[in-house]
Design a binder for this molecule. Sequence first.
Ligand SMILES: Nc1nc2c(ncn2[C@@H]2O[C@H](COP(=O)(O)OP(=O)(O)O)[C@@H](O)[C@H]2O)c(=O)[nH]1
Ligand SMILES: [Mg+2]
Length: 333
Amino acid sequence: MPANLTPDYKAAEERFRQATTTEEKIEALEEMLAVIPKHKGTEKLQADIKRRLSKLRQEMGAGKGGAKRAAAFRVEKEGAGQICLVGPPNAGKSSLVAALTRAQPAIGDYPFTTHVPTPGMMPWEDIQIQLVDLPPVTPDYLEPWLPGLLRRAEGLFLVADLASDDLLADTEAVVQRLEQARIVMVRDLPESPEPLMTYQRTLLVANKLDAPEANERLALLHELFPPEYHPTVAVSVHTGAGLETLRQAAWELIDRVRVYGKPAGQKPDMERPFALPRGSTVEEFAAAVHRDLPAQLKSARVWGPSARFPGQTVDRDHVLADQDVVELHTGAS
Ligand SMILES: Nc1nc2c(ncn2[C@@H]2O[C@H](COP(=O)(O)OP(=O)(O)O)[C@@H](O)[C@H]2O)c(=O)[nH]1
Ligand SMILES: [Mg+2]
């Protein structure tokens, strides 16, 4: 079976080849393992990556508690998608995560309050989106584990501080620092990406709209980051302004569709939608339900936006739309 390795995988593999430190190598291998298509054709390769990873982790761990340290910085993905919050110190990243989720990251007037990634789940309609609060990024401060987390996210919030006179310089510094780490914040993923670069869809979140002169600063921000290239949502955690718009924008940022499963002859399960990348097919939905399903799939029926009429019979290449209901038929049913 062909391995069908994706551009993401190849970029991570290239980073691995060029890595000079053990930490960089581990980060690249973890990324390779995270994005490698999981099927029979790649099983050997997966095992090989795991072997190399555990060897490097052992090297790191010798005397330094490296493995344990690394685990503290990993975030188990949950929900429909993961958004990481990056920004300068004090912009309100932790306040945003606290306001939008039930997580309670430390909030402080002093910078560098947050030292480890702190995830929380943000409800939106019938799904949840994972937000990850992170330490700040400045020209001379970037946690070594942070770029790896950003690469694996489904999207980023770049949080800017409308109460700060250093708004433009601080925000631009984050963009620059991440580009040095080969992460480019974009509105849309490029059609011909540069090798070695990771592109992340990013929403500029301008916080503290309640602050004096916030509107003037927002206008300046728009000049440096024109909204047509940098989608922007202005919010205030303190007054709640813009937070509903932000939830909606977060859903659009992760670029997923919700698909509801329907067992043959039964009502659809409207409680727990599957969230799949936009453009996913019936076959990919089947794989998300169970890894063995695509092989057994005979036909499928679709109700909802992508169906020409309710209950249309479609083949496995049919592209699904948000809020489709899908009934999968296997050999047995
Ligand atoms: N005026 C105002 N202050 C805010 C707002 N959101 C957060 N803050 C304050 O900004 C400071 C830094 O917040 P924090 O969430 O710790 O920022 P972080 O360093 O980006 O995580 C705290 O004193 C917050 O109370 C807001 O919407 N308006
Ligand atoms: Mg914080």
